[in-house]
Design a binder for this molecule. Structure first.
Ligand code: ZN
Length: 449
């Protein structure tokens, strides 16, 4: 196993560590590099104070004018008014005048191995882009996501790129590359012959690479879950429905198969995310015990009530629907909504009315990485207040992924994953487009006041 401390080349690329800055400034140049490398390996002694104009902690729904945040190493120590937060001598202060500090945003439905379909159709990405090329793309996507203020992604399936997400996750963890924290699902699980490329539309005797792992029956289901977890899946992703064959979208797994998948994943301590766009697919996934349902465009009042009863989280992926409308239905941004987009917004409202836990999951990859803020704007357009949308992207998402003790709020003991934006996003959600400062685990990746 390689030592992660030796692998922090990103320091030399202009992305600097707070620890490096503090210690290196006291030393002659030759020593500086060595100390930088070592000190970033153990940031436990480095104390930093962030002084923005205001703080949104996501622990409550309000803005706190003049608050400051104290950080030691990679975690937050304290947050509050300057008179109450005691910074020890030697603390490095970063002034963020005019900016609002908030927890790093999270998008818990992404595909780092995909890029917009108006650049390259999904089939062509899976069939014609070699794995090495797709992995290089994924690395760049993770960097642009982090720079856009999204400090964590739950990546729900590699779409034909096998287990390469596990390696990208490792490279980010080892600080070989800059990128958001990554939870991975590896290949995702689909019913036999229900997922692309093909089989419909291709010669029947062609053996095609697949966008996900195909299974039928309980034995294959158990095997696929075990394989994916064995390779490093943090979450298991299953498609509860899909457009099977040449007709419309139908449930693809029996309730029994889904129950088997959930039982196997939960036994191993891995939660389950289900793609479902039909009410029946959503119902089966919910009663089978999945932890989150993705898309839900065809959700009914009844099925959202069922999800609320079961505590099943909902990720609405509204921007993906906008993307499809743009690419395939002639929709122009700001123009009249397509039927599909209206349906997605209707489901979103039904879910809110039924008090389903709603997080931010956009299906980014369908649209450009680093523009995840579009989902925040759609959630506001769909009826959430800016504050509710920001909470969905932070504290609520953290609970859905069971990491509320580590991320999602600005509070003592949590990771110092914080960003600063120009303006007040609780007043105008568009402020989330203008990210000036990004810190992940106490290291500063962007600082352009
Ligand atoms: Zn997706």
């Amino acid at each position: 196993m390689k030592n992660p401390i030796d692998r922090r080349e990103f320091l030399q690329r202009g992305i600097f560590s707070s620890a490096g800055v503090v210690l290196a400034s006291l030393l002659p140049g030759t020593l500086r590099a060595a100390v930088r490398r070592q000190s970033t390996g153990n940031q436990n002694d480095v104390v930093q104070l962030l002084k923005p104009a205001r703080v949104f902690t996501a622990a409550d729904g309000t803005i706190h004018d003049g608050w400051v945040v104290l950080i030691r190493g990679e975690r937050i120590v304290d947050v509050g008014p300057p008179a109450q937060v005691r910074a020890p001598e030697g603390t490095k202060t970063t002034e963020l005048p005019g900016l609002t500090l908030l927890p790093g945003l999270m998008d818990i439905h992404s595909h780092i191995f995909l890029h917009p379909y108006n650049e390259t159709l999904w089939n062509d990405q899976v069939l014609k882009e070699p794995l090495a090329y797709r992995t290089i793309e994924a690395v760049r996507h993770c960097e642009s996501t982090l720079m856009a203020g999204f400090t964590l992604l739950r990546d729900l399936g590699t779409e034909g790129a096998g287990f390469a997400d596990v390696s990208v996750q490792r490279a980010i963890r080892e600080r070989m590359i800059p990128g958001s924290r990554l939870l991975v699902a590896t290949r995702a699980i689909v019913a036999t012959a229900s997922y692309g490329p093909g089989p419909a539309g291709f010669a029947p005797d062609l053996v095609l690479p697949k966008g996900a792992q195909e299974v039928s029956g309980q034995a294959e289901m158990i095997k696929a879950v075990r394989e994916q977890i064995g390779q490093g899946a943090d979450w298991v992703k299953v498609y509860a429905d899909y457009h099977h064959g040449v007709g419309g979208t139908v449930p693809t797994f029996s309730e029994e198969e889904l129950r088997t998948l959930v039982a196997e994943a939960h036994t191993a301590g891995r939660p389950v995310s289900a793609h479902a766009t039909t009410a029946e697919g959503m119902r089966r996934a919910t009663v089978a015990g999945v932890d989150s349902i993705e898309h839900g465009y065809g959700g009914t009042e009844e099925v959202f009530r069922l999800m609320a009863q079961h505590g099943t989280a909902f990720l609405p992926t509204l921007t993906a629907e906008e993307g499809y409308a743009e690419y395939f239905n002639g929709y122009k941004q700001g123009g009249p909504l397509t039927t599909g987009m209206q349906q997605a917004l209707r489901a979103f409202k039904l879910a809110m009315d039924a008090r389903v836990t709603i997080g931010l999951g956009s299906d980014v990859g369908v649209f450009a990485h680093g523009t995840n803020y579009r989902e925040l704007e759609w959630m506001v357009r769909g009826g959430m207040s800016p504050t509710q949308a920001l909470l969905a992207a932070t504290a609520v998402n953290a609970k859905i992924i069971r990491m509320q003790d580590d991320v999602g709020r600005i509070a003592p003991n949590l990771y110092a994953d914080v960003i600063a934006v120009n303006g007040d996003p609780t007043q105008d959600i568009k402020a989330a487009r203008d990210v000036r400062f990004v810190m992940k685990g106490g290291s500063i990746f962007k600082n352009r006041p």
